[in-house]
Design a protein around this ligand. Structure first.
Ligand code: RB5
Length: 151
């Protein structure tokens, strides 16, 4: 069974619980490393905790929720091996898996409603990287990350 890691800050406690339950209803196991009560915290700490699970292969994909999704994605994308995308609609949520091999999706409780969030998660988790012509492009992202990129 695919394991999904989920994390949130104080701006997304309610949405985290609803999305966690939704992901479980789709048949995935969910590792929750987010905060469960509304206490002020710093989203980079939560993004890091979630991405650690992906890098260690305890989880395959991640779902990060904060106020906008932006802070989580900025922090996550600093971690080697993480490709995180903020999505507010389903088309990008599917394509960021199929074309960009994203392994983390981010969105904001203050930006989208719960039904849209569920559809985004379903599109992201249900899609697979398409390889082919996309592999070389994703490899260039990895090369930039690893300082190996050549113009
Ligand atoms: C917290 O107030 C808020 O800044 C955070 O949840 C997130 O939206 C940052 O990008």
């Amino acid at each position: 069974m695919k394991k999904i890691v989920i994390a949130n800050d104080h701006a997304a406690v309610d949405m985290k619980f609803k999305i966690k339950e939704y992901i479980e209803s789709l048949g995935y196991e969910v590792i929750n490393v987010g905060i469960d009560e509304i206490v002020r915290c710093d989203y980079p700490d939560l993004a890091y905790a979630a991405c650690e699970k992906i890098i260690s292969k305890e989880a395959e994909l991640g779902v990060l929720i904060c106020g906008t999704g932006v802070g989580m994605s900025l922090a996550a994308n600093k971690i080697k091996g993480i490709r995180a995308c903020v999505c507010s609609e389903t088309y990008s949520a599917r394509l960021c898996r199929e074309h960009n091999n994203a392994n983390v999706i981010c969105f904001g409780e203050r930006v989208i409603g719960i039904e849209t969030a569920k559809e985004i998660v379903k599109a992201f988790l249900g899609a697979e990287f398409q390889n082919g012509k996309h592999s070389a492009r994703v490899q260039k992202i990895i090369d930039i990350e690893e300082g190996k990129y050549k113009k």
